[in-house]
Design a binder for this molecule. Structure first.
Ligand code: CTP
Length: 396
């Protein structure tokens, strides 16, 4: 389960920090990518060099690099992570987390991370059993933080009792189990179309559009992480195939139509995110068209509307479509929902700042037969998660 997962490992100033080295190594052996954020005190217990070498990534401790001013974005780290594991977590850090104190990078990352946070407390037994610590743990648990068990045993103080950090092997197993439990779309096969189609005019020119494929690729990734079998039918894009996704490259609208029809037969759901050309040249010149006259016209014919064609034959299967509009946004989207027989349409307007081609953010509105839900400006990764939530609801 940990293959390709992004684990952000937070290390705080406890003597158990020496075990974070082994933990980091085990996570990597299990296939996870690991980045490490440390509190300033953690550096007294284990060196950044050790953690950087084992994680194969530079360590983040300060908000910025004092040498060159390079900013360590806690938001970017939180977004990168599929899981934020804080191990060891001291009583001090747990208390600050419970009260929203943000006086170091590890804590600001906790406040901004949207992924699952898991803590492995490590402290002396009296500190662990103190009412204050127990109250803080209860508060965090209530908020959805997973608290790993602190087993009884000999503590650094020489005392016996509860408060030891869970052993690294068991922590890795617990994280693995958490991901297993999140496989909410396991057994479902979803096809996603993404990117721009290319309609050839001659061997040199083509008709296309500004789509970069970012939104579709983010959706494919989010669905694969939830255990769905994902086939990504991709037009033109410069993006890397997400982990665990099967990619089928296509060029023209006609190619995408053929691939989509074939894939849809075996799918439970289709997400139509591609920017498909609505028109294609009637004839494609075999040789480069030379310039002669002052004007030039190209005869175009309509392409097949893939979403519409799948909508006609969908039966029990689900289809999520997109609507990119510049005006009369809501009524156009509602019309597409109905006409194409979609279960959900994701509307984005080019009038909204931060939405549209090439951005890493998007501002969308979900519209189905009975509801309309407007989301704030979010990263495309977060929008993809919300779409995956909606797809889960369509099934269950
Ligand atoms: N779509 C498709 N095949 C096409 C055109 C569009 O599958 N040939 C899908 C898109 O992937 C999207 C939805 O239909 O999910 C709406 O696409 P959009 O470009 O917004 O609308 P169109 O139907 O093309 O209508 P118009 O261009 O007139 O707005």
């Amino acid at each position: 389960m940990l293959q390709g997962k992004h684990i952000l490992l937070g290390v705080t100033g406890s003597i158990a920090a020496y075990k974070a080295a082994m933990l980091c190594r085990l996570l990597r052996v299990a296939g996870a990518e690991v980045k490490v954020v440390m509190t300033p005190t953690a550096k007294e217990f284990i060196t950044p060099v050790t953690m950087a070498t084992l994680s194969k990534n530079p360590i983040a401790v300060e908000f910025y690099n004092p040498e060159n001013g390079d900013w360590h974005s806690h938001i970017a780290m939180g977004e990168w992570a599929d899981c934020y594991l804080i191990a060891p977590a001291t009583a001090n850090t747990l208390a600050k987390m419970a009260y929203g104190i943000a006086d170091n990078l590890l804590l600001t990352t906790y406040l901004s991370a949207r992924c699952q946070t898991v803590v492995a407390p490590a402290m002396d037994c009296d500190m662990f059993c103190h009412e204050a610590t127990q109250e803080n743990l209860a508060k965090l648990r209530e908020r959805g933080v997973v608290i790993l068990e602190s087993p009884e045993g000999e503590l650094a103080s020489g005392l016996m009792g509860k408060g030891r950090m869970m052993e690294p092997e068991q922590i890795v197993e617990a994280i693995d189990n958490l991901f297993k439990a999140k496989q909410t779309l396991s057994g479902k096969r979803v096809m996603v179309t993404a990117g721009a189609t290319i309609e050839a005019i001659d061997p040199v020119r083509y008709i296309s559009n500004h789509s970069t494929g970012k939104m579709g690729y983010a959706i494919a990734e989010a669905l694969a992480k939830r255990g769905a079998e994902v086939v990504l039918i991709s037009g033109k894009t410069a993006l890397q195939t997400p982990q665990g996704v099967h990619r089928v490259d296509v060029c023209s609208a006609e190619n995408m139509y053929e691939a989509a029809v074939a894939e849809f037969e075996q799918s439970d759901c289709a997400v139509m995110c591609a920017a498909v050309a609505d028109y294609t040249p009637v004839e494609v010149s075999a040789t480069k068209i030379k310039k002669n006259d002052n004007s030039f016209s190209l005869e175009l014919r309509k392409t097949k509307d893939i979403a519409f064609e799948l909508g006609k034959v969908k039966g029990d299967r689900k289809i999520v479509g997109f609507a990119l509009e510049t005006d009369n946004e809501q009524s156009n989207a509602e019309e597409k929902l109905r006409k194409k027989n979609l279960d959900l349409i994701v509307l984005n307007s080019l009038r909204d700042e931060g939405a549209g081609f090439g951005c890493d953010t998007n501002k969308v509105t979900f519209i189905d037969a009975s509801h309309r839900e407007e989301l704030p400006l979010l990263s495309k990764a977060e929008v993809a998660e919300r779409i995956a939530d909606k797809i889960e609801k369509l099934f269950f």
